[in-house]
Write a protein that binds this ligand. Structure first.
Ligand SMILES: Cc1cc2nc3c(=O)[nH]c(=O)nc-3n(C[C@H](O)[C@H](O)[C@H](O)COP(=O)(O)O)c2cc1C
Length: 305
């Protein structure tokens, strides 16, 4: 019998636990020519803001020994274009759609949520990216202060229909991740995803050498992500956890599941091998067949024995 790879994140039933990490998959249009989007557990869009954003000046990417530093600056066409053009494109695939939102103020998170909620029948969930700087709070990230993080999530929850699953994406750039995770779950988060990129600096080599301050991603951050996912899972907050950070193989996925994740997102690896998510989904299925696990729950139990 074929193993059942499905998982449930909040009210979203996914065919498998593999989905793209926000910002590494754009809105899925270019990727649809390369991979079959209907095979993914879900599609998570690039973080969208209220108004269109040009993003930061170039260079925006710096290669490092085991990952990349990016400083894209949330370039995106704004929520109205996403609702009008990007979501309709994705509707032809039978894959849950998750919109990622980022605000400069708490009100902006609420307005973004209200706009998405007006189209609630088209999408399955919202990933609240709280790594954005809080412009009212002196630029400290919303996700770095448990009270502010909790206020964002409580107001988003209030603005949204209960059918939409609210995933809150945490930043690793904090002293105590469990404090933030507890705050957002108490405020109503249906699931937690982690981690966003790790604060870093690198030198962009080449003709015009320059330093780039941004966020590190890729294999270099996998051990950091595993540690933080494990801490949050151990806190047993009663919501699913989605692991992110340096995943590109089945072994990486198994490591995250073993540390307590219920699903995973793949980011930087998509830039190196656009087919990576398909390979990981097929590889995970083959692994489960070989080990005789009939579903993900059994796989997690087997691994945790
Ligand atoms: C080029 C680039 C753009 C990103 N843009 C976003 C974004 O818009 N929203 C977000 O929540 N995370 C963004 N991220 C972070 C990823 O979603 C992910 O959390 C991080 O890269 C760690 O996963 P990875 O090591 O598999 O890349 C971006 C990462 C990269 C490399």
């Amino acid at each position: 019998m074929e193993p059942d790879l499905s998982v449930r994140i909040g009210d979203i039933r996914m065919k498998n636990p593999i989905m793209p990490a926000s910002g590494t998959f754009s809105y899925g249009e270019e990727m649809a020519d390369i991979i079959d989007l209907s095979k993914l557990g879900a599609v998570i869009m690039k973080t969208t803001t209220l108004k269109p954003r040009q993003g930061n000046p170039y260079p925006r990417i710096c290669e490092t020994d085991a990952g990349i530093i990016n400083s894209i600056g949330l370039q995106n066409p704004g929520i109205d274009v996403v609702i009008r053009e990007k979501i309709p494109f994705l509707l032809k695939f039978e894959t849950p759609i998750i919109v990622s939102i980022g605000g400069a103020t708490i009100d902006e998170y609420v307005w973004l949520t209200e706009k998405i909620n007006n189209k609630a029948e088209l999408v399955n969930g919202i990933e609240v990216n709280i790594s954005c700087p809080n412009m009212e709070g002196g630029g400290i990230g919303f996700g770095q202060d448990p009270e502010i993080a909790s206020e964002v999530v409580a107001k988003v929850k209030k603005a949204v229909s209960p059918d939409l699953t609210i995933i809150v994406k945490l930043t690793p750039n904090v002293t105590n991740i469990v404090t933030i995770a507890k705050a957002v779950v108490s405020a109503g988060a249906d699931a937690i995803s982690l981690i966003n990129t790790v604060r870093a600096r690198g030198k962009v080599r080449g003709k015009d050498e320059t330093w780039l301050d941004g966020g590190l991603s890729g294999p270099a951050i996998k051990p950091i992500a595993l540690k933080l996912v494990h801490e949050v899972a151990q806190a047993k907050l009663g919501v699913p956890t989605i692991g992110i950070g340096g995943i590109s193989t089945v072994t990486d996925v198994l490591d995250f599941l073993e540390c307590g994740a219920d699903a995973v997102q793949i980011g930087t690896a998509n830039f190196i091998n656009p087919n990576v998510m398909m390979e990981v989904i097929n590889g995970l299925k083959a692994h489960m067949k070989e080990k005789n696990y009939s579903n993900i729950e059994e796989l997690k139990k087997g691994k945790n024995k």
